[in-house]
Design a protein. Structure first.
Length: 195
């Protein structure tokens, strides 16, 4: 049973579609493996972890989102527009979290990344600064430096759009910055598709 969004919308956005490879750390989140070898991530666990992550993140004042995947850029631009979170998309400039003399140096309380493998520069700087890392993790992800996992397909725009739509909305609700139904965006804004 999902609570944040109807199951059909999760399925339509492809958040449950993992990879053919699986890491042993992600096995608890995998519902089944299709005959073609593709991992199917458990939708209930995706829903539950977005809820847990939003509760965790809502406790922090300075939240940073980062992602360099092309499909994440339009999604992160909407997160930036909808919130006062710090958002870095595209290349994560070395020194952003570790070099106080760098022009864009910042000190977030927590970091959210689209993919801990692709966003390794941001993750490694967060580790050095002891900043907790929340990450969207596909079926094949190294979780060594991830403090809180959001399982899900972190490859496509639609999937990332659905995950970040829910995560952003729920953080704002839990911070009491918006009431139920007040989020000024639709799922389709984030996924880039007509509903």
């Amino acid at each position: 049973m999902t609570d944040l969004m109807e199951r059909e919308k999760y399925v339509d956005s492809g958040v449950h579609l993992g990879m053919r490879k699986r890491s042993k750390e992600m096995k608890d989140f995998i519902f089944k493996t299709r005959p073609d070898g593709l991992s199917i991530i458990n939708i209930e666990k995706i829903d539950s972890r977005i809820d847990v992550a939003s509760s965790f993140l809502s406790r922090f004042d300075k939240i940073m989102f980062a992602g360099r995947k092309e499909g994440a850029v339009p999604v992160l631009k909407l997160v930036d527009e909808a919130t006062d979170f710090e958002v870095e998309y595209g290349r994560f400039m070395p020194g952003t979290l570790t070099n106080p003399s760098f022009d864009d140096y910042t000190e977030p309380d927590v970091l959210v990344v689209v993919d801990p493998i692709i966003d390794e520069q941001a993750v490694s700087e967060a580790i050095k600064k002891r900043i907790p890392v929340v990450a969207v993790c596909d079926s094949f992800t190294n979780l060594d430096y991830v403090d809180l996992i959001i399982p899900g397909n972190n490859k496509g725009r639609k999937s990332l759009g659905a995950i970040f739509y829910l995560l952003t909305r729920e953080i704002l609700k839990k911070k009491e910055e918006i009431e139920e139904g007040e989020f000024g965006y639709e799922l389709s804004d984030f996924t880039g598709e007509e509903e």
